[in-house]
Design a protein around this ligand. Structure first.
Ligand code: AP5
Length: 215
């Protein structure tokens, strides 16, 4: 199955994409993770992307589109994927349709996670990420067993630079201007399903599986 997870920053796309991908046995492809990995490895792509990420802005379409198209051509994506954080502009959505069309495939479902701004700010300012394996935690909603240490690999937890409140507010503005129009784009195509993302992580996961399973 080929699924896109749509929603504002902090809606829980990464949290749910990981679970849905594991359940469907397909890769979880996160453009944010690809950029953060490139940053941590000091790659030119990472340095370029960081300029935008730290300001809460989107990385230009031509950079993101090329990266995703290359990733989708890899073997493990041939039976399906969960795209997390892509597309994020109408230009990216059109490019994705064209790329998949050339491969003779299409998106089965676009899951829109609906979460209001006040909850998003609480989620993002409390998020902590493992420096070693990238696992996400939340100081209140999903704390690690030992403060500051990843349960899975023992790595140190840190706060993302773009999770400071001022940058989160900028990311929300950018989401409303550039990404929210995709809800209408996919509704018109008939692939959109909307999920209330304010419930607990397991509840949201079950809702997604139920709605995606109907398609
Ligand atoms: P990216 O990493 O994709 O950031 P984002 O979309 O802003 O999403 P987040 O990772 O912040 O949130 P999420 O929805 O995945 O929530 P999560 O599950 O972590 O992108 C970062 C940057 O890269 C962008 O700003 C941009 O610069 C660039 N970029 C990436 N893709 C791009 C593209 N396509 N085009 C251009 N630029 C691009 O959850 C958040 C927190 O809440 C966690 O702590 C989690 O534990 C907690 N939580 C999750 N679900 C629940 C729940 N149900 N209840 C309580 N807590 C919860």
């Amino acid at each position: 199955m080929r699924i896109v997870l749509l929603g504002p920053p902090g809606a829980g796309k990464g949290t749910q994409a990981e679970r849905v991908a594991a359940r469907l046995e397909v890769p979880h492809i996160s453009t944010g993770d690809i950029f953060r990995q490139a940053v941590s490895q000091g790659m030119p792509l990472g340095l370029k992307a960081k300029e935008y990420m730290d300001k809460g802005l989107l990385v230009p379409d031509e950079i993101v589109i090329a990266i995703v198209e290359e990733r989708l051509r890899q073997n493990d994506a041939s039976t399906g994927f969960v795209l997390d954080g892509y597309p994020r502009t109408v230009g990216q959505a059109i490019a994705l349709d064209l790329a998949l069309g050339k491969m003779g495939i299409g998106i089965d479902a676009v899951v829109n996670l609906d979460v209001p701004d006040d909850i998003i700010i609480e989620r993002l300012t409390g998020r902590r990420v493992c420096r070693s394996c990238g696992s996400n935690y939340h100081v209140r909603f999903d704390p690690p067993r030992e403060e500051g240490t990843c349960d899975k690999c023992g790595g140190a937890l840190y706060q993302r630079d773009d999770d400071k409140e001022e940058t989160v507010r900028r990311r929300l503005e950018v989401y409303k201007e550039q990404t929210e129009p995709l809800i209408e784009y996919y509704r018109e195509k008939g692939t959109l399903v909307s999920v209330d993302g304010t419930g607990g992580m397991q509840e949201v996961f079950e809702d997604i599986l139920r709605l995606v399973g109907r398609r």
